[in-house]
Design a protein around this ligand. Structure first.
Ligand SMILES: C[S@@+](CC[C@H](N)C(=O)[O-])C[C@H]1O[C@@H](n2cnc3c(N)ncnc32)[C@H](O)[C@@H]1O
Length: 298
């Protein structure tokens, strides 16, 4: 059974330092999502190619579930210029952001938004070819139920695309064994804490009566722009610092102090000052289809 953690993991948390008990504002959250999209968004090209292969051509109708700031909606709209897109999010501030983004990009004739809580089921949609759920399924209380209703809502031959992080991003350059070892300890602690980045939907997909047509892990590696990579690193190491220091023992006191130094812009060794970081991030993409009554994949 896949773990469905509803606690807030990255990249939803803001890219600046904050304590675990503070609630991120919409603009913090939006900034974190946009930074993530700027640096890791290239995986969307590969995901779009997988969609075309699965459908045998470009989709005409796409629904983006838990669309956030709409970076994915916009990327899909650009990649598929004849498609119409419906972006769904429970946050009106997010759908307003998507509307603004669509206006700025000249996409209002093809992109519409709806505020809907997916825990209460899917909003109305016109038999989409693609239902896209990127980094959003782990927010849903009953992911299996959502997958089942998505399968019913799809047009014939349509596919459901689920994207999640395939592990935590890394930043240590090859010649910084100390930072790499700290990353290893933080990642192990995050796994012990059950962070959602490690969610695997394979069993949930099968249990929902769906078949996996493709299961691909896409790797993104980049060092540029160095300032943004450094910002993203500070974001992640702040998460480690503030969310893995409790319960006591998740990270050692020495590691918590080291993390404090790394995320403090006033410290000479701060990640804020590094221009040599190398981001390696992975996204897992499942292309999923309903299984036909005759046992074949639709
Ligand atoms: C991590 S963001 C992902 C955004 C976007 N798909 C991306 O890849 O950047 C998750 C989004 O899911 C939305 N969300 C969380 N729970 C939801 C629910 N029950 N119904 C609809 N949207 C939800 C949040 O408001 C947030 O915008």
């Amino acid at each position: 059974m896949a773990t469905s953690h509803r606690h807030d993991d990255h990249p939803e948390h803001p890219p600046h330092e904050h304590h675990q008990h503070e609630h991120p504002t919409h603009s913090d959250l939006a900034a974190a999502l946009d930074l993530d999209a700027e640096l890791v968004g290239d995986h969307l090209d590969d995901a779009a190619t997988l969609i075309v292969e699965a459908l045998g051509g470009p989709p005409a109708r796409i629904v983006d579930l838990g669309a956030g700031t709409g970076s994915g909606t916009e990327a899909l709209a650009r990649r598929f210029p004849d498609a119409t897109l419906l972006a769904v999010d429970s946050s009106p501030a997010m759908t307003e952001t998507i509307d603004r983004r669509a206006r700025a990009a000249g996409l209002t004739d093809r992109v519409t938004t709806v505020v809907a809580d997916l825990d209460r089921g899917l909003p109305q949609m016109r038999r989409p070819d693609v239902i896209w759920a990127a980094m959003s399924l782990h927010h849903i209380a009953d992911a299996g139920a959502l997958l089942r209703s998505a399968a019913t809502a799809l047009g014939s031959e349509g596919v459901l695309v689920i994207v999640e992080m395939a592990g935590l991003p890394r930043f240590a350059p090859d010649d910084d064994a100390g930072l790499r070892a700290l990353e290893d300890r933080c990642h192990a602690a995050a796994a012990r804490a059950g962070w959602e980045a490690l969610a695997d939907w394979t069993t949930t997909i099968g249990d929902a009566g769906l078949e996996i047509a493709r299961d691909r892990t896409i790797r993104v590696e980049r060092a540029d722009p160095a300032a943004q990579v450094s910002r993203y690193a500070v974001h992640w190491f702040s998460q480690f610092r503030h969310r893995l220091d409790e319960p006591a023992g998740m990270l050692s006191r020495a590691d918590v102090e080291l993390l404090d130094t790394l995320i403090d812009s006033a410290q000479p060794s701060s990640l804020h000052r590094r221009t040599d970081l190398r981001l390696v991030a992975e996204r897992r993409v499942w292309i999923v289809r309903p299984i036909r009554a005759d046992g074949g994949v639709e």
